[in-house]
Design a protein around this ligand. Structure first.
Ligand code: ATP
Length: 287
């Protein structure tokens, strides 16, 4: 298909959405390049799920436009839906059916034939380290396995853009790391990915670029390392009356004078590397 040659997998222009009195999205602009993983990062209620639901056609926006590989999403909604894979925040698998049965139903809904479904399912279950569970009922799987199966299901019809809504929410740290590895592999195979998360370290580890969303607005977009460097390399946390204030420095030398001054004044101090969380907290102060 010729439109797949477009450089941008997704372009969102000035998206607005209100739920009665709540203005959930206040003019969202976003771009995802082909092959890129963009993390939409923000706290609960920031507007992440609403954005994903609009992109996947589950909710209509009040205003704004969506372009998918350069083409207007609204005009040819049905056509583009096949090129999208959606992993919702809620696990909506059929618990009483087996892993393979869940995948077969999804494949048939996307007009795949049985051979195609089996071949693709085998390939993806292998990637997800679920091959030995294909005959198990979903209710017998762990939380981490169910989340990986959700991703396998979303990839079954070979979408070009994968939408992952909080894919590791509620998972143990070591299971989360396994999930990150799986998501990286999917991206390496050429799928563009939009991932929402409120875990800063998840965005830092996985994303080529992050977009900070707060209160229905995108506050900043950039590469994690660039955003961090703009603030500094080292953070000096100063504790006083159960509060902490952070100062940022480009190198250790520039920090030493401040450390001396604050130590003399009797403050408790901690030195650490700057993270995306610092970037976000600073953005909130400025907005
Ligand atoms: P979370 O991480 O908690 O899912 P989020 O960033 O995905 O948060 P959204 O679910 O998009 O945020 O919600 C954005 C705002 O819109 C919130 O204030 C939320 O309460 C409100 N909202 C979302 N869905 C609805 C709905 N169906 N009806 C009314 N308000 C809604």
């Amino acid at each position: 298909m010729t439109f797949l040659s477009q450089a941008l997998a997704l372009q969102i222009k000035n998206l607005h959405k209100s739920y009665r009195s709540i203005h959930a999205l206040r003019g969202i602009n976003l771009e995802i390049k082909r092959g890129e993983l963009l993390a939409l990062l923000g706290p609960n209620g920031a507007g992440k799920t609403t954005t994903i639901r609009i992109i996947s056609g589950l909710t209509d926006p009040d205003a704004g436009e969506i372009f998918f590989f350069g083409h207007n999403f609204k005009e040819k909604k049905g056509k583009f839906k096949r090129l999208l894979g959606l992993v919702p925040q809620q696990i909506n698998l059929d618990l009483e059916l087996t892993v393979m049965e869940n995948l077969i139903i999804h494949g048939l809904l996307f007009d795949m034939n049985y051979q195609e479904i089996k071949a693709k399912a085998e390939e993806l279950l292998h990637l997800a380290e679920l091959s030995d569970r294909k005959k198990a009922k979903v209710k017998e799987l762990s939380g981490g396995m169910r989340r990986r199966l959700l991703i396998v299901r979303a990839l079954l019809h070979s979408p070009k853009l994968l939408l992952l809504d909080e894919p590791t929410v509620g998972l143990d740290p070591h299971i989360r790391r396994k999930m990150w590895h799986f998501i990286k592999q999917i991206q390496e195979k050429g799928t563009s990915i939009l991932l929402t998360t409120h875990y800063m370290e998840e965005a830092e580890y996985l994303a080529n670029r992050v977009a900070f969303i707060f209160n229905g607005k995108i506050l900043k977009v950039g590469e994690p390392s660039t955003l961090v460097k703009q603030i500094g390399e080292y953070a000096l946390d100063v504790y006083q009356n159960e509060k902490v204030k952070s100062f940022y420095f480009q190198n250790r030398q520039s920090m030493e004078e401040k450390i001396l001054e604050l130590t003399k004044a009797g403050f408790s101090l901690a030195v650490r590397r700057v993270t995306l969380e610092d970037v976000f907290l600073k953005l909130l102060e400025e907005n």
